[in-house]
Design a protein around this ligand. Structure first.
Ligand code: NAD
Length: 292
């Protein structure tokens, strides 16, 4: 049978995920601090909620899709939050990208209250969310994962239980580290190709056919070459994720020199007003370095 979902955080990603849950026949109780965000999904069949507790009321599962760690903690620990008022199904799934350590702490606190918690961040961006084609990487107990899986299936295509609590966030941070550094590698190749007078569209097409091929070169290469910085995964979101990567690595005493270097280049981009632009705007840093 179809289930009922309390969904908290109806932003760029959340609104598309709610649409797909509704399409799959699930009932959705939606909450966001922005009223207009709730209204957008109420017009498509969701029920508006007044606070996290109200969103959870009577539901099988609550899903959160919030900007960062403190927002998820607020929704869990506040007076009208999920720890005091869990859903009837005693299952909470956070699909935001947050600290793996914080995810494990929330898991432990909820477990003491008899509530299961899964960390299940996603890859694929707003387009993947819209197409119900997200890659979902989940950490937590197998039984709780099994209960969440039918809901994941409405939102994603690649759904993997990657380990115990926090493992989903760890895998997501590994994903972000590779994306961040991969964009840097493409920027450097394009800067060198441009300075040498090579046709950049041709360069990209040749590289896509060989061992230097990547998702980033395929999807973001044209925007870098064309100077289109508007769309895509925002620089400020990438910086948030790279901060989580570095905090986690430092706590584990793992040096990440590549991540450290590319992070300062994203900071350079943000300092030049690129925070709200897509992360292909890292190429502007190379424009300045090569006086282009
Ligand atoms: P967003 O800022 O568009 O949406 C977040 C929503 O949460 C907003 O509508 C905001 O009003 C709401 N919110 C904030 N505090 C709240 C609270 N206390 N209670 C209820 N609602 C609250 O962000 P997004 O792009 O949808 O990203 C959400 C998460 O998904 C982030 O952790 C991000 O890192 C991750 N993510 C984003 C992308 C992407 O491409 N945008 C891709 C993969 C993962």
């Amino acid at each position: 049978g179809k289930g009922s979902v309390g969904f908290i955080g109806i932003g760029m990603m959340g609104r598309e995920m709610v649409r797909n849950l509704l399409k799959a026949g699930h009932g959705v109780r939606a909450f966001d601090v922005v009223e207009a965000a709730i209204a957008a999904v109420v017009s498509e069949g969701a029920v508006g909620a007044k606070n996290p507790a109200d969103a959870a009321r009577g539901c099988d599962i609550v899903i959160t899709m919030l900007p960062d760690t403190p927002y998820v903690e607020a929704v869990v620990y506040s007076e009208d939050g999920l720890l005091k008022s869990p859903p009837a199904g005693k299952l909470i799934v956070d699909m935001s990208t947050i600290s793996p350590v914080a995810a494990r702490r929330i898991h432990a606190d909820l477990q003491r209250a008899g509530v299961s918690f899964i960390d299940a961040p996603v890859s694929g961006g707003p387009l993947g969310a819209k197409n119900g084609a997200l890659s979902i990487m989940a950490g937590g107990e197998a039984e709780a994962f099994g209960k969440a899986e039918p809901f994941f299936r409405a939102m994603g295509t690649t759904i993997t239980h990657v380990g115990a609590s926090g493992a989903g966030q760890t895998v997501k941070l590994c994903n972000q580290l590779i994306c961040g550094i991969n964009i840097q590698a493409i920027c450097e190749a394009l800067a060198l190709g441009r300075a040498s007078g090579v046709d950049l569209d041709l360069l990209r097409r040749v590289l896509l056919g060989g061992s230097a091929s990547s998702w980033m070169l395929d999807k973001l290469g044209p925007a870098m070459i064309g100077g289109d910085v508007g769309a895509g995964f925002r620089i400020d979101l990438m910086l948030k994720d790279l901060r989580l990567v570095q905090e986690h690595a430092q706590a584990l005493n793992v040096p990440l020199p590549g991540t450290a270097l590319v992070t300062s280049q994203y900071v350079d981009a943000r300092a030049h007003g690129e925070g709200a632009n897509g992360n292909q705007a890292l190429f502007r840093v190379y424009d300045r370095m090569t006086n282009q």
